[in-house]
Design a protein around this ligand. Structure first.
Ligand SMILES: Cc1cc2nc3c(=O)[nH]c(=O)nc-3n(C[C@H](O)[C@H](O)[C@H](O)COP(=O)(O)OP(=O)(O)OC[C@H]3O[C@@H](n4cnc5c(N)ncnc54)[C@H](O)[C@@H]3O)c2cc1C
Length: 318
């Protein structure tokens, strides 16, 4: 099976979503990484995770990748190379490109998936619905390329040790009016410590903290543990922390080694974003809180008493 993976770069390295998809794709067939931009800095890393070949559009000159990359992909397909499957990380760019490509190729796209299976020529994907309570398996019919997007953390990224693949140019055809949109500014949110969706320890706070200033305890604990602070939607909606902190169905999916939920009830929409964590510790004053149903260690207590003690104990260790 010939599989393309739309591959993204951030800070001179492939994104974690890209590496997760490459790892899965190499189990299923021969992998080509498709880069919207200059691939020279990341080609070796793409090879290490399973790409046998790299297509790169070259510098997009500030163009939005949606129109440019979908047109470059279509041009190669029109030229006679038809991948069986094209996988996209479920990112803003991935969704923009796949939507345009779906129209250009007149092929269905299945989005928001967490797994994929290939059986001979038959391809099916798994999609969570109803806040992750039910998983639906859907099989593509007709002929490829089959188009699918995948949620972050659907697969573990593991290097395979492959060598640096050859990079082949994938020229962007003349885009006409659709190519006129230019990126004028990019804002990267300033963060210290590990990124929420890559941290090995995550400490998330919820409405049980009582008021916005108390979130500082969550940040202090996360910092002491060299982890990242996260949040439930309740306190994001209340304006205590930015949306980028949100864990859950409409936020980030995290799978750290340790997830500490502080004053979070454990609504389905929150749990769907953290239940894959290896060890879950919950602190909640209500022993019936649903979060205890999935916790490996539950502490029934007041966060205003438990957290200061925990912070003090860690600080005294130096
Ligand atoms: C379409 C949709 C999408 C959603 N997406 C998300 C999402 O991505 N992420 C998300 O988190 N939510 C999401 N939600 C919201 C979700 O349903 C819950 O409303 C939300 O997760 C609740 O946040 P919480 O646990 O902080 O607050 P609450 O449910 O109010 O829970 C607060 C908890 O704190 C405990 N508590 C109170 N005081 C203390 C104390 N002093 N010490 C210890 N414990 C205390 C209480 O016992 C309670 O269990 C979504 C909802 C919808 C409808």
């Amino acid at each position: 099976m010939n599989i393309w993976v739309f591959s993204q770069e951030a800070g001179g390295a492939p994104t974690s979503g890209t590496l997760e998809l490459l790892t899965k794709a190499r189990e299923l067939g021969t992998v080509t990484a498709f880069v919207g931009g200059d691939a020279s800095a990341i080609a070796a890393a793409l090879g290490e995770y399973g790409a046998a070949k790299v297509y790169a559009t070259g510098d997009l000159g500030g163009k939005l990748p949606g129109a440019a990359v979908s047109a470059a992909m279509k041009a190669i397909i029109d030229g006679g190379e038809t991948p069986d499957l094209i996988l996209f990380p479920q990112t803003t760019e991935g969704r923009d490109i796949v939507a345009r490509l779906s129209v250009k190729l007149d092929r269905t796209v299945l989005t928001n998936n967490v797994d994929i299976a290939v059986d001979g020529g038959s391809v099916s994907v798994t999609t969570p619905i109803f806040g992750g309570n039910t998983l639906v398996a859907t099989k593509f019919s007709g002929s490829g390329p089959f188009l699918a997007t995948f949620r972050p953390k659907s697969f573990a990224a593991e290097p395979a040790g492959g060598g640096a693949p050859a990079v082949t140019a994938a020229p962007v055809p003349e885009l006409g009016a659709t190519g006129a949109a230019q990126v004028t500014a990019v804002h990267v949110e300033a963060t210290t410590g590990p990124k929420l969706d890559e941290a090995t320890i995550v400490v998330s706070g919820g409405r049980g903290l009582g008021e916005a200033p108390k979130y500082e305890m969550v940040e202090t604990l996360a910092k002491l543990l060299k982890g990242a602070p996260g949040a439930s939607r309740a306190i994001v909606d209340a304006g205590w922390v930015p949306y980028s902190y949100q864990v859950g169905q409409t936020g980030k999916v995290v799978k750290p080694g340790i997830y500490i939920a502080v004053g979070i009830s454990g609504a389905t929409q929150h749990m769907v974003g953290m239940k894959g964590s290896k060890n879950i510790i919950a602190i909640n004053k209500d022993k019936e809180a649903p979060i205890f149903g999935i916790a490996d260690l539950g502490i029934v207590g007041d966060v205003h008493k438990v957290l200061p003690k925990l912070i003090e104990a860690l600080q005294s260790r130096g």
